[in-house]
Design a protein around this ligand. Structure first.
Ligand code: 26W
Length: 803
């Protein structure tokens, strides 16, 4: 948008008086932040309603991205950047004596997600608006986001994250768009005499779903899409309601949108979680149908105008819910309704971990959603009947929805959609060939891959301004919307000056991060050291332990040979563990104890440091990633569906140290063998071990001296304060079979780390690798990912920039 600095300053002062009746001098950062937020809202308002108007007038097909999680991060700078007024506002504020960065800190970081899946949804909505895709997010407005992590004595402690405490400037409550969601009770069907059945409900509990809309601003294109998050409230009561039963009901109902489930490793079979899933699905689908019907196109054309995307299985109840509306409210017959539903729905799978696969007990659904259960059972019955004619019984039994008294959500999502995609090439192949192979036999054409991506606007333009300016000076700024233009940087691969400038940018970022670590943790780290980063949820398959065992081996090496020629390293971890995931919490405690040991050992000086940042999340990622030299992507091959921190780190010039897992495989393809450091078992080798059962972790403990020493340290008192955890972890590796092949990959990993050490010593070689990584990262922009979803899955228009 066009905005002069003068106009901005006027607007800002005026808004400050209007909202707070305050002059500049009396105001503090909090008022200034809310003033700026309100001003941005006023700037956006016109384009927001224009965008919606245009979608309706042009009869554009709309996409609704259903996700239980949207891990947005702070929105202030992102909104300013996308409006094209970041610099104007920064300068204008500075004229007024206000530091924009100070206002940024006022905004709470809304942690409405656990990790990769939620952050992907956030990158997608940014990219969809920028790519001019008529697409909107649909989710839950949790009152409490992902818990705040504190370390007490090295242990993770969880505190509530009350992000709404001071209000959320970006949202608008849309009372007129509220809908009712029904739970519990009994339902019976009656013939209408007109060819359809009419459901009668008795004793149902009604919940009012109130939407809160936030603007999703496209980058410099005047498009404003919508993120709609639902909040659960008590419906208006009549006078006969008993006061105490009202209070009781209120608590029960409001608990639905109270808190985000903090677990992305184990599916929680709790009633409240199922309520959450149905709550936002039903509210979202009802609201879509209501909006669609305003266009008077006839319900039979729904799939031409609406696409619903299911982000993992959490919103899979979209399928029976749409069926319910088509059957019970639109009086369609089953075949037509089913056809429409399939054509409307598409589904992304994000994990092959069986523990994370949702299975809901049929009785639980029966109690909570009596009409939905009828529909699910009928979908299943017809699937068995129709497919039974074409395929053998075993295949149908292994793929049906209802089995062993449970509803298998992934099965429902596949059967009820026209598309199922994995999130990286390797992951999609594993789905087709292993995990979902029976479905692949039945529906080969439904399967497709859409490799994940990240938005370069947040993860480079905003998070790493020094690098952004360097790139702009070298190749211009078209990469903001045409990210593969970054490849033009390759022309500078032999240009010493550019490589030195790149090194200088990294150094600056490291100094800045070091200052942050010193101020927040009181720990001094040396910016000359290699900053080696592993930031992601704590999970056994991601193998933070492999990293830690290697750190211990370096520590012992330095103790025994203080003269050992190691380039100084700072190992940086950021990770939250699911509160109920005991093993992950034990690993956190162990890492913290090892940090205590190493960081305070005078023999070690600054050759080795271990930093475990508290409360890792989007805002911390934005600080850490620009300062990273090495990106640790060391999951056991086949286990990480894609990974996205690998892409963010690469985009910021870190060199990837990786197994051939998830999107690392594609990163290697794009940077070439020389610009990535690989190690470890390959997927087929892992599957071989599973098949022939020949992995014996204990042998590695017995035969590998370094490992023996390191593992013994876990149980011989070397690491003070973590005795119990040391034992538990030792046992998991040595006695109970080492599920994720940590010991098997240890030597290879250590050798890869030595290669990193050698490569880093030659600054030009290292910077050249960094440059190639940045230059090759454009393909991993979520702009391209969503453009492919748009054309290949949703069949909607988008502004496609050639790759
Ligand atoms: C039901 C509990 C639960 C909650 C969340 C199970 C599983 C999940 C997610 C599917 C886990 C997740 O975030 N998966 C990650 O998705 C990213 C985006 O596609 C991928 O990059 C990661 O590899 C994958 O682990």
């Amino acid at each position: 948008m066009d905005l002069s600095k003068r106009k901005f300053k006027e607007d800002f002062k005026k808004m400050l008086t209007e909202v707070y009746s305050m002059g500049l001098k009396e105001s503090e950062a909090t008022e200034q932040f809310f003033t700026l937020g309100n001003l941005i809202r006023s700037y956006v308002a016109k384009n927001w309603s224009r965008t919606n108007q245009a979608y309706i007038e042009k009869g554009k097909k709309q996409v609704y991205y259903f996700s239980m999680e949207f891990l947005l991060g702070r929105m202030l700078k992102s909104n300013l950047l996308n409006l094209g007024i970041l610099e104007t506002v920064r300068d204008g504020l500075s004229d007024l004596g206000i530091d924009l960065e100070a206002l940024v800190q006022i905004e709470p970081d809304p942690g409405l997600g656990n990790g990769g899946l939620g952050r992907l949804a956030a990158c997608f909505i940014d990219s969809m608006a920028t790519s001019e895709i008529p697409a909107h997010g649909n989710g839950i407005r949790y009152k409490y986001g992902l818990f705040k992590q504190k370390f007490v004595n090295g242990y993770q402690v969880e505190l509530p994250e009350n992000w709404l405490q001071n209000g959320n400037v970006w949202e608008t409550r849309k009372m007129h768009a509220a809908v009712t969601v029904r739970f519990y009770g009994h339902v019976w069907l009656e013939h209408s005499g007109k060819g359809y059945l009419v459901p009668h409900y008795e004793d149902a509990q009604e919940v009012l779903a109130v939407p809160y809309d936030s603007a999703v601003i496209g980058f410099n294109n005047e498009i404003v899409n919508t993120l709609r998050l639902w909040s659960a409230e008590v419906p208006p009561q009549d006078e006969s309601t008993d006061y105490w039963s009202f209070i009781h009901q209120r608590n029960e109902i409001e608990s639905i949108s109270e808190v985000l489930y903090p677990d992305d490793s184990n599916y929680e079979g709790r009633l409240l979680r199922l309520k959450q899933e149905y709550f936002f699905v039903s509210a979202g689908v009802q609201s879509i149908i209501r909006h669609y019907k305003k266009m008077h196109l006839g319900i039979e054309h729904l799939a031409e105008k609406v696409a619903i995307h299911i982000n993992d299985t959490h919103p899979a109840l979209c399928i029976p819910e749409l069926m319910r509306i088509l059957l019970d409210e639109e009086h369609m017959d089953w075949e037509h309704a089913w056809h429409l539903t399939i054509n409307t729905m598409s589904y992304t799978n994000h994990t092959i971990m069986t523990e994370a696969m949702e299975k809901w007990p049929i009785e639980m659904i029966q109690t909570l959603l009596p009409r939905i259960v009828q529909i699910i059972c009928e979908i299943d019955r017809r699937y068995v009947m129709e497919m039974g004619r074409l395929f053998d019984t075993d295949l149908i039994q292994s793929t049906r929805i209802v089995e062993g008294g449970h509803v298998r959500m992934a099965h429902m999502a596949i059967i009820g959609s026209h598309s199922i995609n994995g999130v990286a090439q390797l992951h999609t192949n594993i789905l087709k060939e292993k995990v979902l192979h029976p479905f692949y036999l039945i529906y080969p054409s439904k399967f497709n891959n859409k490799t994940n991506g990240i938005t370069q606007r947040r993860w480079l333009m905003l998070a790493n301004e020094p690098l952004r300016h360097l790139i702009d000076r070298k190749i211009g700024n078209e990469w903001a919307t045409m990210p593969t233009e970054l490849k033009m940087l390759k022309a500078f691969r032999e240009d010493k000056r550019t490589l030195q400038e790149l090194a200088e940018v990294k150094r600056q970022n490291k100094v800045r991060f070091a200052r942050f670590v010193e101020e927040s943790m009181g720990l001094e780290i040396n910016p000359e050291a290699i900053f080696d980063v592993q930031i992601k949820r704590l999970h056994a398959y991601k193998r933070q332990l492999l990293n830690l065992l290697h750190i211990l081996s370096l520590y012992f090496k330095l103790k025994e040979h203080p003269e050992a020629d190691l380039h100084p390293r700072v190992f940086i971890f950021g990770a939250k563990a699911a509160p109920s995931y005991t093993y992950a919490k034990q690993i956190i405690k162990l890492i913290n104890s090892v940090a205590e040991l190493i960081n305070h050992d005078p023999d070690i000086h600054d050759k080795l440091k271990l930093v475990f940042v508290e409360n890792y999340g989007v805002s911390l990622a934005e600080r850490i990633i620009p300062a990273a030299d090495v990106s640790e992507q060391i999951s056991l091959a086949s286990k990480e569906a894609s990974g996205t921190s690998n892409m963010k780190l690469m985009l910021n010039g870190a060199v990837t140290l990786a197994t051939l897992d998830g999107a690392n495989v594609e990163i290697r393809e794009h940077v070439g063998e020389d610009n990535i450091v690989l190690f470890g078992l390959r997927t087929d080798e892992v599957y071989h071990y599973y098949k022939d059962g020949t992995y014996h972790a204990h042998d590695y403990y017995e035969k590998n001296q370094v490992l023996h020493r390191v593992l013994n340290a876990l149980i011989d008192g070397t690491i003070p304060g973590a005795e119990a955890e040391g034992y538990a972890i030792f046992d998991s590796l040595v006695r109970y079979g080492d599920e994720y092949f940590v010991l098997r990959d240890f030597d290879d990993y250590a050798a890869a780390q030595e290669r990193i050490d050698r490569l880093y010593r030659d600054s030009l070689i290292w910077q050249k690798m960094a440059l190639i990584n940045i230059a090759s990262a454009g393909i991993f922009s979520s702009d391209y990912t969503v453009q492919q979803y748009a054309s290949q899955i949703w069949d909607v228009s988008s502004k496609v920039h050639r790759i």
